[in-house]
Design a protein around this ligand. Structure first.
Ligand code: MG
Length: 417
């Protein structure tokens, strides 16, 4: 933690004066205010934009010192002008070269490429790295932040799906902390405080069921991109919205939970809960089930992770208990949504399986969005690629990245691209 008075221009002038003037000396609100300095990786995406709202509402307790984007330089520049961070990073060099950076704040430096991300997350001035880059591309930033021993608020579940055992081992070795931002995992993380580790019987992840929860198998074959992008309860980015519609998102979350909480795969269950109010449940050995509830709003898990271990008032929506509310739960239909099988299978296997499933899914989703693959082919393609890969139980990071690449090429081969 850093003391704002020491290094923020806004506070230092008052701070110096205060030291000379006795009456100000005991004003903790001015003199010892802690500011958490945050690097927001993926600041132009859905989670990134929600994060900046949380930071903006924190009354100076949270400060964005670094922002990164892949290609959306226009929004990144607008964010930089509003927040005046120390760095912005553009991951795609061509996009960085095309933008006119002349009107950027004087104190903001532009860095380009993956090296820029690696550099800012390791800086001593960064307390928390919010990892919200979409897909496998988010792994490098997560990895570099953990290597530097940072607190990582992890929205990028693919980091754990692809590299679970290596990523969690790195976190332990560097005494870094992974704080879940995925709403289900944030719920489990909060609820686990209700008992001891050995008292946990099982974790039940809730799933909204997506827009096609009640659709017949036949209709699933005809689903259009627009239909798949219209999620009933959550407003999210395109990739995760499709993942929610196929339920692959829940498969990835089973794998994420396995590594994040060191659970046996048979301790992880899923239940369909269409209202997305109960974000997950933990069942303890005495049969008691403890849940976390809040409206479907990512700002809550974001602000919980950024303020952890404290809770702070914020901008997240609240439940209205003066209105009638129904909470429904039903078991998932594994026949129409076979993705959940894949999640448990990969959670059990470990090794290269996560990298293959994720690489295949990212490529299949992109192909569906481009009109090159049917909606109901996404999961079968992933399954086929997963089952034809040469499994390695103890891969290195490089071998994981090779497995990811292989899976992507296999999907393209399958599609005939
Ligand atoms: Mg989730």
């Amino acid at each position: 933690m850093h003391v704002a008075a020491a290094d923020s221009p806004k506070w230092s002038h008052d701070g110096l004066r205060a030291r000379r003037q006795e009456p100000y000396r005991n004003r903790p609100d001015r003199m010892t205010r802690h500011v958490t300095h945050i690097a927001v990786l993926g600041s132009t995406g859905s989670i990134g934009r929600s994060t900046l709202e949380v930071i903006d509402a924190s009354q100076g307790a949270l400060k964005a010192v670094a922002l990164s984007a892949q290609k959306n330089t226009a929004l990144l520049k607008a964010q930089a002008c509003a927040l005046r961070p120390r760095w912005i990073v553009v991951a795609d060099p061509d996009s960085a070269a095309r933008e006119d950076w002349a009107d950027l704040p004087k104190e903001t430096q532009v860095l380009v490429g993956a090296e820029g991300i690696t550099r800012v997350v390791a800086d001593a001035g960064v307390d928390v790295v919010l990892s919200a880059i979409v897909g496998r591309a988010g792994l490098e930033g997560t990895w570099a932040a953990l290597e530097a021993g940072k607190k990582v608020a992890l929205a990028n579940k693919e980091s754990l799906v692809v590299g679970g055992p290596l990523v969690t081992r790195l976190a332990r070795e560097r005494q870094a902390v992974i704080l879940p931002v995925d709403s289900e995992h944030s719920a489990v993380f909060q609820v686990l405080h209700a008992g001891r580790r050995e008292e946990v019987q099982r974790v039940v992840l809730t799933a909204s069921g997506g827009p096609f929860r009640t659709l017949s198998k036949q209709r699933l074959a005809e689903v259009t991109v627009d239909e798949a992008l219209a999620h009933p309860t959550w407003d999210m980015g395109r990739k995760i919205t499709i993942d929610s519609a196929t339920l692959i998102n829940k498969a990835l979350e089973i794998i994420e939970a396995r590594w994040l909480f060191d659970l046996r795969p048979d301790q992880i269950g899923t239940v369909i809960h269409p209202q997305s109010i109960v974000h997950s449940l933990v069942e303890f050995i005495d049969g008691s089930v403890v849940a976390q509830l809040s409206p479907p709003d990512m700002k809550l898990p974001i602000q919980y992770a950024l303020n952890w271990p404290e809770r702070k008032a914020g901008v997240a929506a609240r439940l209205d208990w003066t209105r009638a509310m129904r909470l429904e739960f039903e078991p998932p239909d594994l026949d129409r949504f076979p993705a959940l099988h894949l999640g448990l299978e990969v959670a059990r296997a470990g090794g290269t399986a996560g990298a293959v499933l994720n690489g295949a899914n990212e490529t299949a989703v992109a192909a569906f969005l481009d009109g090159r693959l049917r909606f109901d082919q996404i999961v079968p393609v992933c399954q086929q690629v997963l089952h034809s890969h040469r499994f390695d139980p103890n891969p290195t990071l490089n071998q994981l990245l090779e497995s990811d690449l292989w899976a992507r090429q296999e999907v393209l081969r399958w599609i005939g691209a």
